[in-house]
Ligand binder design. Structure first.
Ligand code: MG
Length: 263
């Protein structure tokens, strides 16, 4: 008999664990005292009404609250060279073309958080290889490069190909079109915040990129500014809003249909 009691006790301890009380009924949600019966309306929020804007005709067209940065004709109202002078980049057949030796261009406006649409085209005449083929770039707040490159049948280091956050994140897939075909980036950017230490982010910059409608950067957390040589973390320096910059890397890369929404 004593043996049987011991066995039963051990069985209980094994089943429920030491210190636990065997539970015979499941807890019932909503057993707290209710002042009023919940209705669907209690969790509906009506005010303020969500701002109404007009979408573009297609998803590539600027919606009504976008700032158009380049529509195919005129460059100098929104862009300048890095010194603030009129740029020597060429506007031809509706495209803005990076011109060797002309240097980067930047928007005259500065931006914080934004959604940016930009279309680009590497030269149809294939010249060079790796980083030397159709290289340009879209710099966010003048510091963080989304790489533009002819990555169609053109191997290079994976974190330096088209749609890479240059030298920090390779794209999730290579969804590049052929040289000479227009491609699109839709970029969602969240600017960093800083505290008292001007060399550390409190919240780092974050970037999402869709290339030709396909997710290629999924809310990646940047380590620091884009650097060709060196560790990004060592170059973090407090900054505020910045321009969009387009890179002159010596290749005649075209851009068109550039618009931005401030967030
Ligand atoms: Mg580049």
């Amino acid at each position: 008999m004593k043996k049987l009691v011991t066995l039963s006790l051990m069985s209980c301890l094994f089943t429920y664990g030491i210190g636990q009380t065997p539970q015979t009924t499941k807890p019932v949600p909503g057993k707290y005292p209710e002042l009023e019966k919940m209705t669907p309306g209690m969790t509906e929020i009506w005010e303020p009404e969500v701002k109404i804007i007009q979408p573009g005709i297609t998803n590539s067209d600027a919606p009504s609250d976008a700032i158009v940065l380049f529509s195919g004709t005129e460059l100098n109202s929104e862009w300048s060279d890095l010194q603030g002078n009129p740029s020597k980049w060429i506007v031809k057949d509706g495209a803005l073309i990076s011109t060797r030796g002309a240097g980067f261009i930047k928007t005259k406006r500065k931006f914080g958080n934004f959604q940016l649409h930009i279309e680009w085209r590497t030269p149809s005449e294939v010249v060079g290889e790796s980083q030397g083929r159709g290289n340009s770039g879209v710099f966010l707040q003048e510091l963080y490069e989304v790489q533009v490159l002819d990555s169609y049948n053109n191997r290079t280091y994976r974190n330096g190909q088209a749609a890479a956050m240059y030298k920090q994140y390779a794209p999730l897939v290579n969804v590049c079109k052929k040289p000479g075909e227009w491609q699109a980036y839709d970029i969602i950017y969240t600017a960093p915040t800083f505290g008292n230490d001007s060399t550390l982010y409190v919240t780092p910059p974050r970037v999402t990129v869709l290339q030709n409608g396909v997710l290629v950067q999924n809310n990646v957390v940047l380590r620091g500014p884009t650097e060709y040589i060196g560790i990004p973390e060592y170059f973090v320096k407090k900054h505020g809003p910045g321009s969009i910059e387009l890179q002159d890397h010596g290749n005649p890369v075209g851009f068109r249909n550039i618009w931005i929404r401030e967030l």
